[in-house]
Design a protein around this ligand. Structure first.
Ligand code: 4AD
Ligand code: MG
Length: 462
């Protein structure tokens, strides 16, 4: 008999029919007359109750049906009398697919800490919490593609191995096939990368932006959605060494349209999750974050504040609040500053623009003041920066000047500069850190808990 997913079995549609379910046992309890198994197959946070009438089964048969074991069971789907359950299966037969020794199965009891679960990241998807998070994550990824597809954007795949450092922030993971213990050397003793696999030094990408611009200035509007790698040694609850980023890039967009798109995009994703992941979000709210749904709805209800960096710094300076890091015009804002503006001052998301050019990347369009660039960061409650973007410098001479000022190796940039030499257009885009979005929507507080296999300094076990 074909297995039916528990999401479907929990609706009244199949009541009265014989059905087959399969999954992992969460708990078994009962007495010598009747035994109840809570079964979960990952399709929903809710368990399906299986009722074993012990007139039909022996204790011996049920002995190995322990927490963590996997079974397939066939029986009649009936309406459940139990509180909070719609249906249950009255078992006629079952098969033990895989036992899980109660002495060694790590998820024997409920209520493990998130820290402990990180140490068993290979098994944590079996918990209600990670099941919920991973389903929300999957739904959000679908929402991303749906949003851009509906807007007529094209999905562009940009390379993971690259020879250019887009953000200029340093910290890239080098990719090489050279023997690091004994690399080939040039006459002056330096490592000879012309002998490396690609004939030059290469690294994992920190952003698909530069290649995204090539796509946008041909197809009009594109988005990327892929893994991104940063070798910064930042051990914070908001940084991963490997994360996923969504980078839309649009020809003929100036900064205002870029801001409008960013706001519409985030709201669309949050709305999609609220509409399609209700059980999981309610579960996470109940377990971890009592304000979750009202925070999500709050973001949908309000227009995001538009604020310049200069105005923002003034508010922070006048706030009288003691920050760990000092704020002054020219300083890079820390998440404590961003969160003060969003959570305490405005009480809604903020899009901050026109940052000092010295704290932003080379490709951002210079304002007429010569001091600030047309950058935009979207700042969110609990998260701080969730999106970073800008209008791009489309003027060839100005861009060249910035590249020189910032000492960016010019020979690696020739292909990028060609976009400004041939048919340059105003264009803009931004990058959304996918895990920061998942953090926000799930109410989790550590980014390691919203990606199945987190990569952080000293952690690449699973
Ligand atoms: O602000 P960032 O560095 O911007 C860029 O990479 C641009 N090229 C984007 C663009 O304009 N196309 O990164 C964008 C976003 C951040 O706002 C943040 O949400 C996320 O990516 N992010 C990280 N997320 C997790 N771990 C890290 N180490 C992250 N670094 C950035
Ligand atoms: Mg940024």
């Amino acid at each position: 008999m074909k297995r039916i997913k528990i999401t479907e079995l929990l609706t009244p549609a199949l009541i009265g029919q014989e059905v087959t379910a399969a999954g992992w046992v969460r708990t078994r309890r009962g007495n010598k007359h009747v035994q109840f198994v809570a079964l979960n197959d990952g399709s929903t946070v809710r368990n399906l109750q299986i009722v074993f009438d012990m007139a039909k089964f022996s204790d011996e048969e049920l002995k190995s049906v322990t927490t963590g074991s996997s079974i397939r069971v066939t029986g009649i789907l009936v309406e459940s009398m139990g509180k909070g359950q719609t249906t249950e299966i009255q078992a006629n037969s079952f098969e033990l697919l895989g036992a899980a020794d109660p002495d060694t199965y790590p998820l024997q009891k409920k209520g493990h800490t998130l820290e402990f679960l990180r140490e068993i990241a290979h098994l944590r998807p079996r918990t209600n919490t990670f099941g919920a998070i991973l389903r929300v994550r999957s739904a959000l990824a679908f929402a991303v593609h749906k949003f851009f597809n509906e807007k007529g954007f094209f999905y562009l795949n940009t390379p993971l191995i690259t020879a250019s450092d887009c953000e200029g922030a340093g910290a890239m993971f080098q990719v090489t096939t050279l023997d690091i213990a004994n690399p080939p050397r040039t006459e002056d003793g330096a490592v000879d990368y012309s002998c490396d696999f690609f004939g030059k030094t290469t690294a994992l990408t920190v952003s698909g932006l530069l290649e995204g611009e090539l796509g946008a200035t041909a197809l009009g509007a594109i988005y990327t959605f892929g893994p991104t790698f940063r070798a910064e040694n930042s051990n914070t609850p908001r940084h991963l060494s490997e994360f996923w980023m969504i980078e839309p890039e649009m020809a003929f967009y100036e900064i205002e349209e870029n801001m409008e798109l960013a706001e519409e995009f985030i709201k669309y994703c949050v709305r999609y999750a609220l509409d399609n992941c209700r059980d999981d979000i309610e579960f996470l709210q109940q377990m971890y974050d009592a304000d979750l749904i009202s925070r999500l709805e709050g973001v949908l209800a309000d227009d995001f504040v538009r604020l310049t960096y200069t105005e923002g710094v003034k508010i922070l300076e006048e706030s009288g609040k003691k920050f760990e890091f000092p704020v002054y015009w020219g300083s890079d804002l820390q998440s404590e500053h961003e969160r003060y503006l969003v959570e305490e001052h405005f009480k809604r998301p903020v899009i901050m623009t026109d940052y000092p050019k010295d704290i932003k990347a080379f490709y951002m369009k210079l304002n007429d003041d010569g001091k600030t660039v047309r950058a935009m960061d979207v700042l969110f409650p609990k998260i701080g920066e969730i999106i970073g973007g800008s209008e791009r410098e489309s003027d060839h001479a100005k861009l060249l000047k910035r590249i020189e000022e910032m000492n960016i190796p010019m020979k690696d940039m020739w292909w990028y500069l060609d976009t400004r030499r041939f048919g340059t257009v105003p264009h803009s885009g931004f990058g959304l850190g996918f895990e920061r979005l998942v953090l926000f929507v799930t109410g989790m507080t550590n980014i390691r808990d919203v990606i199945p296999f987190p990569r952080t300094p000293n952690n690449a076990e699973f």
